[in-house]
Design a protein around this ligand. Structure first.
Ligand SMILES: Nc1ncnc2c1ncn2[C@@H]1O[C@H](COP(=O)(O)OP(=O)(O)OP(=O)(O)O)[C@@H](O)[C@H]1O
Ligand SMILES: [Mg+2]
Length: 590
């Protein structure tokens, strides 16, 4: 795609996002009766404030001008009553609005977050954390701001423009038509101008969000940056990014300023023309003194409302712009979905089968035709050089991704037919790079089974060879591990992840390099507890250190997208192939 067509593409996407954002807002708030009631109260406030006040005051002044003070008093009284109604309506409206708006907010953010935690694992691999955080946070806040602007101002502004025009039209057609045309041109200009700024605004927002992503990326990688003495380089990188952000925002403001100048010119014509008409019609005796006062006041009302409308549209576009990425995300179709009527698995026996599996990442094939059958209760070791596809293989078993062709079956059922939750309750998984939540060790272990009794946790802790380590900690299992588990060593983190998997008690256990960071002694101890941990279960254990796999029932060697060797440790050593060579090399080191 050329640069220009990319631009068009993203603009097109932007429009869709805007539409979707509005659809989301209306679909949620439009259904809340309380919100409409709040709108109605806001309108009442608008009517008494901007419509009735000028009428009462012009009538009172008109009465005073002809010396009818008794009548003037009556108008002042009416004026006071309207003020009182205004104050009460204001409070009631606000009360209703506060409740309704938070109800809508709650619905929106909950739907959004439910969808986010269920998004494809691939989606997270493709997005920067900071970007997603900015998107999630911005979504909730912006929806609330948006509906507040709508509730407080929108109906009120429309009333403040339409009703005075209608009133004037009924009193003096010529002035009425002139004001109506001038107001229309102001409103249309405002709408046109809002559209004009939108691309610049979208670009500015996008840079802002990207920058948030880069900041979080830098923070995540701070150790590598320090270790390579790249602090200044990163600061300079951000300096360029800030400059870009400022440039984009300035561009947006320049567009805004140009457009505002246009609006002010229309405003000038509006006042000059209508005031001249009032004086001219007055000199002809076509309008009374009272009406002249009313029209002049209404001119102010209309002008202020048009100007407010401009600001409101501007603010609303700003908020819609913040909502847009989340709205686009809400439109996004997950690649990995639960089928309608998906099978809910009970506890499985644990048979896993891959049938003629083909799988590629962005066009480069990892597997083209891989078949593998793991019997229920079998302990399978997986080895292969880095990048051979071992992690991909186990991720397919968890359905973190779908095969391009072929199938993955658990107990004979295609994983695509299984409800994901029920699949994952059957598979305990230790990922290659386990991360922990910023919480206690115990909470991190319990993630897989929050209602486990203490004895179960203790057993899992022991199986993962964590007991000794936990004893050395002043707060024991209640020690906070820091974000992503930074306060634990690599091997400690891995053991917490193993304990978590053990506690889950699933019939299938998948360990991807789960002991790679352990010293040989700790590893040997954990390996010994494998017998206990894996009893009665199917186990798939990926390891570079071959000694980990010695006791497995079967070991497969993955290379070039295929299984090139398989058998028990002893038979593979005897085969004298790739495995035997790897084994000899490792034995020399140990
Ligand atoms: N999310 C992804 N997007 C694109 N390519 C990927 C992705 N994940 C893995 N790959 C590529 O797929 C291939 C297989 O990766 P995989 O992680 O399965 O290898 P591995 O055998 O587990 O390696 P290691 O022993 O280093 O863990 C690699 O070439 C890798 O670059
Ligand atoms: Mg891997």
């Amino acid at each position: 795609m050329g640069a220009n067509s990319w631009y068009n593409y993203s603009m097109q996407k932007g429009r869709e996002g805007t539409r979707e954002a509005w659809r989301l807002i209306w679909g949620t708030y439009g259904r809340l009766k309380g919100w409409w009631a709040a709108m109605a109260f806001a309108a009442t406030v608008g009517v008494s404030n901007t419509i009735l006040m000028p009428i009462f005051s012009s009538l009172a002044l008109g009465a005073m001008a002809v010396g009818d003070f008794a009548q003037a008093w009556r108008w002042v009284l009416a004026f006071a009553a309207a003020s009182l109604a205004y104050s009460i309506a204001y409070s009631v409206g606000w009360f209703l609005a506060a409740r309704a708006e938070h109800k809508g907010f709650r619905r929106l953010v909950n739907n959004y977050f439910r969808k986010l935690v269920r998004a494809d694992i691939e989606y997270f691999a493709d997005s920067k954390t900071g970007y997603l955080v900015a998107q999630a946070r911005g979504f909730g806040d912006a929806t609330l701001n948006l509906v507040r602007i709508m509730r407080r101002n929108l109906l009120r502004t429309v009333i403040a423009i339409v009703v005075p025009i209608v009133v004037i039209l009924t009193q003096n057609l010529l002035i009425g038509v002139a004001i109506a045309l001038l107001s229309l041109s102001m409103v249309f200009y405002t709408r046109w101008a809002a559209k004009k700024v939108q691309p610049a605004r979208t670009e500015a927002r996008e840079v802002l969000r990207e920058n948030t992503g880069i900041i979080s990326d830098i923070i995540t990688n701070i150790v590598a940056i320090r270790a390579s003495a790249r602090e200044e380089a990163m600061a300079e990188r951000m300096e360029r990014r800030w400059d870009l952000e400022i440039k984009k925002f300035l561009q947006r403001h320049y567009v805004g300023i140009r457009l505002t100048t246009g609006r002010n010119l229309i405003g000038f014509v509006f006042f000059a023309t209508s005031a001249s008409l009032v004086v001219w019609q007055g000199s002809l005796g076509a309008i009374s003194f009272t009406l002249a006062i009313l029209i002049v006041q209404y001119l102010m009302t209309i002008a202020v409302a048009c100007s407010n409308l401009n600001d409101d549209i501007d603010d609303m576009s700003e908020e819609i712009n913040k909502i847009q990425p989340a709205a686009e995300f809400m439109l996004r179709e997950n690649k990995i979905n639960d089928k309608v009527g998906a099978v809910v698995l009970g506890k499985v026996r644990g048979e896993i089968e891959l049938q003629k599996v083909a799988m590629n990442y962005e066009g480069s094939a990892v597997f083209s035709d891989l078949s593998l059958k793991i019997a229920a209760g079998e302990k399978l070791g997986v080895v292969g050089v880095s990048g051979a596809g071992k992690t991909t293989l186990v991720k397919l078993m968890m359905r973190f991704d779908d095969v391009d062709s072929g199938a993955v079956l658990i107990d004979g059922v295609d994983v695509r037919e299984i409800k994901q939750d029920s699949l994952h309750l059957n598979t305990a998984y230790v990922p290659q790079e386990p991360l922990l939540m910023h919480d206690t060790i115990e909470a991190n272990i319990r993630l897989s089974k929050p209602d486990a009794i203490e004895a179960e946790v203790a057993k899992a802790v022991k199986a993962a060879h964590l007991t000794e380590f936990v004893k050395t900690l002043p707060s024991g299992l209640q020690t906070i591990v820091g974000e992503r588990g930074v306060k634990l060593s690599g091997g400690q983190k891995q053991r917490v992840a193993i304990a978590r998997a053990v506690l889950q008690g699933a019939p299938i256990m998948i360990l991807d390099e789960a002991t790679s960071a352990l010293d040989s002694e700790s590893e040997a101890i954990i390996k010994d507890s494998f017998k206990e941990i894996f009893r009665g279960k199917t186990a798939v254990v990926v390891a570079h250190r071959l000694s980990t796999l010695r006791d497995m029932d079967r070991i497969i060697v993955v290379a070039g997208g295929k299984i090139v060797e398989e058998g028990s440790h002893l038979s593979l050593v005897r085969q004298d192939g790739i495995y035997a060579k790897m084994w000899r090399q490792q034995s020399e080191f140990e």
